[in-house]
Structure formats: C-alpha cells, structure tokens
Design a protein around this ligand. Structure first.
Ligand code: KIV
Ligand code: NA
Length: 274
C-alpha cells in the first residue's frame, strides 16, 4: 500500500472529514495508522514524553528520533513532523536546511510550522523547493511567551482579523493544510468556507475540514486535559490496574508463575526459548 501524500490531503476539500492524531512511538503509530489520514509527530512530545512545561525546549534531534520511530511503526498514513522552536524562524534558508534534514532523516512526507503572515515567505520558499508544508495558526504554543499564556484566539474584531489574515497568508503561500488551534467557531468557519485550503481543527469547532487531537490526551493518559479534548479512553485507569496488579503479584510471589519460567529442557536451545 502506498502512503497517503500531502497532495491527497489537499484534494479532500469539500469531501470526507480529514482525521488525524499525534503519535511519537512505533507502537502507537502502528495502531493509529489504521484509522487516520495523517499522523502528526507533534512537538507536544516535549510535554507528553519529557514532562516539559512548554514546547520551547524541544530540539530537532528529538523530532527526528521520534519521527523515525513513527515512520517505522506506520505504513499507510501520511507522517507530518513538527519543526521545533528555533529551527525555522530565522528565515527561509534556515527553514529549508532544517526541514530538508528532517525529511531526509525520517522519510516523513511533510513538515508543520507555526505562524501566520510573518511565516508566509518561508512556507512559499519550502513548497517551491519540494517540501510540503502544513501551517498552524491561531493559538501557536511556541509563541506562548509573547501571547502571555495559552489563550483562545480570534475574539474581538482585532483578534478575528489577525487569525483570518494569518490563515489567508499561509494558504496563499501554498500550504497543503492549516491547523487551526484554539480559535472561536465563527472564525474557524469563515476560514474553512472562504479558503481553498484544508483546515484541521483542534479547539476550533466542528466547522473545520478535519480534526486532530494529541493521542495521549484523548486516550485519557493524564488527569487534566484542555476544554477542547474529549477523553475517548481511560488509559490511565488501565495502566494503573495493570501496574498495581503486577506489583501485588511480585510481592505475593505469584508472578512469575510456572508458565513464565524456563526449565532445563531436553530439546534444542531454540525451542527452550518458548
Ligand atoms: O504538537 C502538536 O501535537 C500539535 C497539534 C496539537 C496540532 O501541534
Ligand atoms: Na506542535
């Protein structure tokens, strides 16, 4: 089976909803691969995998390592890798150098970068040189220090104008899709209805052409999740049950049992490994 491409996603405007989740590991990528159109290796891995408070400290090396894991674990979905803070903002040349490095090292089919009007020139530079770009406007977590916190965007006339101009600029620059994060419904709807580009919402209403969530958030691995996340699973409870069961059995001496224990078998060594 051939992988979904950025071009395939771009053609979905007005068609079936585009479905996406994040993944950072081979095993979760393999599960997600069967159900989504694209997998995002998000820089949210900084928080989810590493316990960081923001995505700012995430490095290119971290993204490449997890991007490779997700490529190995999946075979169907398009894999999109986030460009981390500091790896693309200086200008088109820096962005191209690092984005090309990411694609060469991982084999992923596209990159994503945050920003609106000010990133349009960079998006255009990359797309013209063969790198499919997914945009990301609205609440852009890499700009948390200048936004003054994680705030819903697009409120008020000024807020609405900024988000709409950002989306327009990134669409005109040739992005194959744009993540709309943390923006009010009317703005997400207007962007989706007026621009020819695919919009992928996260906290941006059902009006978008598609949706994305952070996998661990929707699985219920954490207690706290933002308002826009629905917990489709209760993974934390399942893990707690398994871990406490294991601990209790080891303490009671009931694990490992006979069936988990090797004996000096008569057969060949290979068979004994079972
Ligand atoms: O890093 C991430 O997971 C993201 C999605 C939430 C869009 O950028
Ligand atoms: Na991200």
């Amino acid at each position: 089976t051939r992988r979904v491409t950025a071009v395939d996603i771009a053609k979905r405007k007005g068609g079936e909803k585009v479905v996406s989740l994040t993944a950072y590991h081979a095993h979760t990528a393999g599960i997600v691969d069967r159900y989504v159109d694209f997998i995002l290796v998000g820089d949210s891995l900084g928080m989810v995998m590493h316990g960081l408070e923001t995505t700012l400290p995430v490095t290119l090396e971290m993204m490449i390592l997890q991007g490779r894991a997700v490529m190995r674990g999946s075979k169907r979905a398009l894999v999109v890798v986030d460009m981390p803070f500091g790896s693309y903002e200086e200008g088109p040349e820096q962005a191209f150098r690092n984005a090309a490095h990411v694609l060469k090292q991982t084999g992923a089919g596209a990159i994503k970068l945050e920003g609106g009007v000010h990133m349009a020139e960079t998006v255009s530079f990359l797309v013209k040189r063969g790198i499919p770009v997914m945009g990301h406007v609205g609440l852009t977590p890499q700009a948390i220090n200048t936004m003054g916190g994680f705030r819903v965007q697009g409120r008020g006339e000024e807020g609405q104008r900024i988000v709409e101009q950002d989306a327009l600029a990134i669409a005109n620059a040739g992005a194959f899709a744009i993540v709309l994060e943390g923006i009010v419904e009317p703005v997400a709807r207007r962007i989706t209805e007026t621009l020819p580009v695919i919009t992928i919402g996260i906290g941006a209403s059902p009006a978008c052409d598609g949706q994305i969530l952070v996998l661990e958030d929707m699985l219920g691995l954490n207690d706290w999740v933002p308002k826009f996340v629905k917990k489709f699973g209760t993974l934390r409870d399942h893990i707690e049950e398994a871990v406490s069961g294991y601990a209790a059995e080891v303490r009671a001496g009931s694990f490992p049992a006979t069936e988990h224990t090797y004996q000096p078998a008569p057969g060949p060594a290979r068979k004994a490994a079972n």
